[in-house]
Design a protein around this ligand. Structure first.
Ligand code: COA
Length: 330
C-alpha cells in the first residue's frame, strides 16, 4: 500500500487585524480579560475590498502549498475543504476553489466537522491515497468565521478569527508521512456549540418564513471540560497505536482554540508546552483552518524538520475530536 506524504503546505490570512483594543470599542471587554482567559491578542478579519472570501483565502493557501510541492493544479485528483463558513450553502467551497486554481481534473467537495474538520479531511485523503484512488490530494481548512460571529456576544466574538491553511498530500512508496488518523464524534452534545444560518426554526405557517440573523451559540465552560480529556485521550490513543512514547514526538500541533485548554492538555499528556506550537495569539480560533495554518507557519519557521514525528490533535463543534501522527518527510 502506498503512503500519503505531506509535500507542500500553505496559508493565507486576511490583511485587516482586529486587536483586543479594537474589540474593547465593540463590546464590553478588555485586553486583560481576553489575554488572561484565552491567550488571544488579535485576530484577522476578511474584507470585501481585499477579496478575502472563504474560497479566496482557501485558493491562496492552496496555491502556496502547490508551489512548495512543485505540483501543478492539473495533477490534483481531489480537493477536500474543511469549513463551517463556506461562502454559499451551495455550491461547495471546494468547487469554487477548484475553479479558482484551475484544478480541472480533481473531484472537489466540502467537509463539515467543526474545528476538527482538517483532521477528518486528513483521514479521508489518507484513505483515498492508500486505496490507490488518488495520487495528489489537496486538503484545505478555510474559514470566514467573522461572517457567522455575533458581534454583540462578548463571550464568543473575542475568540474567533478568519484564515486558511492548505496541505498537499502525495502518494509515495516510501514509508512515513501520515502514520495514522483517529476521528470521533458525539452528537449528543451538538448543542454546546452551534450556529443557525439560513435554517430558521421550522415555521408554524407560511407567514412564519422569515430570515433570522445569524446566531452562534456556545457553552464555553462545558466545552472546556469536554475538550481537555477528549483531546488528551485521543492523543494518547494515537501514540499507542504507533508504538510511540511521549518523548518520540518533536512537535504537537493542536487546534488553536484557547491557550488554557492547551495548557491543560499539555499537563494531562505530560508533554511540555514548549512542544506545543501555538499561534492563536495572532489569529484566535480559526476553526478548521487552525491546524493547517499552524502547520504551515511551524514548518516555514523551521520548527518541523525532516524525520520529526508530529502529533495533531483537535476538538470542535459536533462534538468532534481527532488526532493524527505524522512523520515529516520534506
Ligand atoms: N470580556 C469580559 N468579560 C467576559 C467576556 C469578555 N469577552 N466573556 C465573558 N465574560 C464574563 C462573563 O460574563 C462572566 O461574568 P460574571 O462572572 O459576571 O457572570 C465572567 O466573564 C466569567 O465567564 P465564564 O464564561 O465563566 O469564563 P471562563 O473562564 O469559562 O472563560 C471562555 C470563558 C469562553 C474563554 C472559556 O470557557 C473557554 O475557553 N471555553 C472553551 C471555548 C472554546 O474554545 N470553544 C471552541 C471549542 S473548538
Amino acid at each position: 500500500m502506498p503512503f500519503a506524504h505531506i509535500v507542500g503546505t500553505g496559508s493565507a490570512i486576511p490583511q485587516r487585524i482586529l486587536s483586543n483594543a479594537d474589540l474593547e470599542r465593540i463590546v464590553d471587554t478588555s485586553d486583560e480579560w481576553i489575554t488572561r482567559r484565552t491567550g488571544i491578542k488579535e485576530r484577522h478579519v476578511a474584507m470585501a475590498d481585499n477579496h478575502e472570501s472563504t474560497a479566496d483565502l482557501g485558493s491562496r493557501a492552496a496555491r502556496r502549498a502547490m508551489e512548495m510541492a512543485g505540483i501543478t493544479a492539473d495533477l490534483i485528483d481531489m480537493i477536500i475543504v474543511a469549513t463551517v463558513s463556506p461562502d454559499r450553502i451551495f455550491p461547495s467551497a471546494g468547487c469554487m476553489i477548484q475553479r479558482e486554481i484551475e484544478a480541472n481534473n480533481a473531484v472537489a467537495f466540502d467537509l463539515s466537522a467543526g474545528c476538527s474538520g482538517f483532521v477528518y479531511a486528513l483521514e479521508m485523503a489518507n484513505n483515498s491515497i492508500k486505496m490507490g484512488q488518488s495520487r495528489n490530494v489537496l486538503i484545505i481548512g478555510a474559514e470566514r468565521l467573522s461572517s457567522v460571529t455575533n458581534w454583540q456576544d462578548r463571550s464568543t466574538c473575542v475568540l474567533l478569527g478568519d484564515g486558511a491553511g492548505a496541505v498537499l498530500l502525495s502518494s509515495q512508496e516510501m514509508a512515513g508521512g501520515i502514520l495514522s488518523t483517529h476521528i470521533k464524534s458525539d452528537g449528543r452534545l451538538w448543542d454546546l456549540l452551534y450556529a443557525d444560518k439560513g435554517n430558521p426554526p421550522l415555521p408554524a405557517s407560511l407567514e412564519g418564513i422569515t430570515t433570522i440573523p445569524f446566531h452562534l451559540k456556545m457553552e464555553g465552560n462545558r466545552l472546556f471540560k469536554q475538550a481537555v480529556p477528549s483531546m488528551a485521550n485521543i492523543a494518547e490513543h494515537a501514540l499507542a497505536q504507533n508504538g510511540l512514547r511521549l518523548e518520540d514526538i518533536q512537535l504537537v500541533i493542536p487546534h488553536q482554540a484557547n491557550l488554557r485548554i492547551l495548557q491543560a492538555v499539555s499537563e494531562r499528556l505530560t508533554i511540555p508546552m514548549e512542544k506545543f506550537y501555538t499561534n492563536l495569539q495572532k489569529y484566535g480560533n480559526t476553526s478548521a483552518a487552525s491546524i493547517p495554518l499552524a502547520m504551515d507557519e511551524a514548518f516555514r519557521e523551521g520548527r518541523i524538520k525532516r524525520g520529526n514525528h508530529v502529533l495533531l490533535v483537535s476538538f470542535g463543534a459536533g462534538l468532534t475530536w481527532g488526532a493524527a501522527v505524522l512523520q515529516w518527510t520534506i
